[in-house]
Design a protein around this ligand. Structure first.
Ligand code: GLC
Length: 428
């Protein structure tokens, strides 16, 4: 058993469920060329206003979103209540910069939370610490106005402590008006550069923020981007695959990889670097094989739909999950005594005592499992429950009984007709 750093929030469901949907939805869906365009193109509040005026998601039906997530096998979702641009999806009493004041004309968050909950999915809120629209947010190295000749004068009129109050006030709204919230996902703190400041725990008043959150929602899971050494529950590696179980100070932690289908998190019309369904399933398996989760992102369009590239990938993942969910849910890294065979990933269900061998490249004839001899009671292909014959091929028969030997499993010559085949091993 791994000695995993305990969490203050309730992560027991999280490490069972393993697969969630991230949703990045805001005004940036209209320019459709990255949720960071205010930063990339140094766009002022005035020039960004056109997207606020034209935000009209007339095809928005959160039941369709929830259905797509659920059918893909996802068990929770995390929605951007506000991204760095500062625009809020709910009817916050603390700002006018919100969906009800756009042509959308209504709170978009409540129906979404309801739709996902009605499918038994857990609810997470991503909330941006950064706010490029708020008048009290100090202009720093990431701010769209960082190169403005008026930068210093702008900052003289700003008070970051007032922004922190706004941030806390909005988090209070989010954690008191939408029922039980399972995850709070803040984004993010950053170092200064040259002559420009960054932002961190002082700017967000992180300690007090966490204190309030734990009081309002004691079970909530908190991510790690508030610039505090303690107080968080999960690490969130972004856009890369960790090479082993994520550790902090040498100790394994609860973790979740987050990934996009392509590059941007918001809807990006012209990106062509979309991952294949096979890569996406591999990313999910790889995360679980290292004890982690996958939070996979969709960026809905300005009309309020998932586009067909996202839908087709979710559908393929769902097809795979329908037959192979058993190797994902409730599973984790396999005990060290079981060596991972070439081109494979192992996951393990400790309660059921089953091991899953995910075969990324289908070998010819047999697969050899070192250290498995004498430990497996029964083997089958997971997709169709067809038996796989086993025999031990240890050089020395004594190895078999001591459990150190190699187990050979005979495979069909043809790869089963699923994206990634899985061998299910019932341990003795
Ligand atoms: C980043 C980006 C961002 C995205 C997020 C997701 O830090 O700022 O646009 O929301 O990560 O992890």
């Amino acid at each position: 058993m791994m000695d995993v750093r305990p969490t203050q929030g309730d992560s027991s469901w999280f490490t069972q469920d393993r697969f969630g949907m991230f949703i990045h939805w805001g005004l940036y869906a209209l320019p459709a060329r990255h949720e960071w365009i205010r930063n990339y193109e140094q766009i002022s509040n005035e020039d960004y206003e056109k997207y606020f005026k034209h935000f009209d998601p007339d095809l928005y039906d959160p039941n369709l979103w929830a259905a797509a997530a659920c059918d893909a096998g996802m068990k929770y979702f995390v929605i951007t209540t506000k991204h760095h641009e500062g625009f809020c999806l709910w009817d916050s009493a603390l700002t006018d910069y919100k969906a009800p004041n756009t042509p959308a004309g209504r709170d978009l968050l409540t129906p979404m939370v309801e739709a996902f909950r009605s499918r038994d999915m857990r609810v997470g809120f991503y909330h941006s610490l950064i706010d490029w629209h708020h008048p009290e947010f100090m202009v720093d190295k990431l701010h769209p106005m960082r190169n403005s000749p008026d930068r210093e004068t702008m900052n003289l009129a700003r008070n970051q402590a007032n922004y922190a109050k706004y941030l806390h006030g909005q988090v209070r709204e989010l954690l008191t008006q939408f029922g039980k919230i399972d995850i709070m996902w803040f984004d993010f703190s950053y170092e200064p550069c040259e002559n420009l400041p960054g932002k961190g725990r002082e700017d967000w008043d992180s300690q007090n923020l966490i204190k309030m959150i734990r009081e309002l929602q004691p079970d909530i899971i908190l991510n790690d981007r508030l610039d505090l050494k303690d107080g968080w529950d999960i690490k969130t590696p972004e856009q890369y695959m960790p090479r082993e179980w994520v550790k902090v100070d040498g100790r394994p932690v609860v973790w979740e990889a987050c990934h996009t289908f392509s590059g941007a998190w918001g809807y990006h019309r012209d990106e062509s670097s979309w991952k294949s369904e096979e890569q996406l399933i591999q990313i999910l398996i790889d995360s679980v094989s290292k004890g982690g989760n996958l939070l996979l992102n969709v960026g809905p369009t300005g009309r309020g739909e998932f586009d067909e590239r996202a839908l087709s990938r979710l559908k393929s993942m769902g097809e795979w999950m329908r037959r192979h969910g058993r190797s994902i849910y409730g599973c984790t890294q396999a005990p060290a005594e079981f060596k991972t065979p070439e081109d494979c990933r192992l996951t393990y269900n400790p309660e059921k005592k089953r091991l899953y061998v995910h075969v990324f490249a289908w070998p010819f004839g047999r697969i050899y499992l070192d250290g498995f001899a004498g430990k497996v009671e029964y083997a089958q292909l997971l997709n169709d429950a067809s038996e796989l014959k086993m025999d031990s091929v240890a050089k020395d028969p004594a190895q078999i009984s001591s459990g150190d030997g190699t187990l050979a499993i005979t495979l069909p010559v043809k790869k089963p007709n699923v994206t990634i085949p899985v061998i299910e091993l019932f341990l003795k």
